[in-house]
Design a protein around this ligand. Structure first.
Ligand code: F6R
Length: 244
């Protein structure tokens, strides 16, 4: 695992956007796996800046998002569809049909999940996957559990995740309790993975991960220790318990 520690959130965002830019310049038809949540917002802002100021070209890029709440329509203000449009897609020259966010209102949801993975495979797999991490070690919505599902699937959210995500909703009751998420297998098939963590509240889980001593399904992110090309990008706060 390669570890990069930046001074602050701004540095983390700039560094991550730089790496994404290099990958797009290397392969203009990059297949890019994207996350939502607070952590990548700054990275997306930097990418928008690079598009506007340096002509970073997304016209051939394809994206697949990790997850979406079940029951929220793509037009719902808290859906990850809207998040992606507002934070990135509306501000760059990506083709809408090349962007994929799971459909939380799919009718035959199991079939839909299978097809989501198939869609990724048909394009040759994800070249670069961006991940955040939950305080409980979840990646995408793969929550701590005895078993971790490999493919894209429907999952329940833990209380800790519902609490953490309630900051985006008017009340905690409005936070959906289930989601579609890419599974650990789908994520591990990505050729290159970048995991981002910012802030003190991530320091404990990052400390566990960076011990690089064990993998456990009770901290799903530790599964990444089995992947050959993972870069963890942290700010100083998230790294503060590492090497303690
Ligand atoms: C979002 C996702 C989640 C978040 C995680 C951290 O698509 O997959 O796993 O990355 O919950 O969220 P933030 O960045 O808000 O702390």
């Amino acid at each position: 695992m390669k570890i990069i520690i930046e001074k602050d959130y701004d540095g983390l965002s700039k560094k991550t956007a730089e790496i994404i830019k290099e990958e797009i310049n290397r392969k203009p038809n990059l297949i890019l796996g994207l996350a939502t949540g607070s952590t990548p917002v700054g990275t997306y802002e930097e990418l928008i800046k690079m598009h506007k100021e340096e002509n970073l070209d997304f016209s051939k890029v394809t994206t697949f998002n990790l997850d979406e709440y079940i029951g929220l329509s793509p037009e719902h203000p808290n859906s990850y569809h809207i998040y992606m449009e507002e934070n990135l897609f509306n501000h760059i020259n990506i083709e809408k049909e090349n962007t994929h966010v799971p459909n939380g209102e799919a009718e035959d949801i199991e079939e839909y999940c299978k097809n989501y993975d198939k869609g990724i495979e048909e394009l040759g797999g994800i070249d670069l996957q961006i991940l955040g991490i939950g305080e409980n070690g979840h990646i995408a919505f793969n929550e701590p559990a005895e078993e971790l599902t490999l493919g894209t699937h429907v999952t329940g959210l833990t209380e800790s995740t519902i609490n953490a995500n309630s900051r985006f909703f008017d009340s905690i009751e409005e936070v959906p309790k289930t989601a579609i998420t890419m599974g650990l297998g789908s994520i591990m098939k990505a050729k290159k993975i970048i995991l981002l963590a910012s802030g003190k509240n991530k320091a404990q889980v990052i400390k566990e991960l960076l011990k690089e001593e064990y993998t456990t399904t009770s901290i799903p992110a530790t599964m990444l220790l089995l992947h050959p090309d993972v870069t963890v990008i942290l700010d100083e706060e998230a790294a503060s318990k590492h090497n303690e």
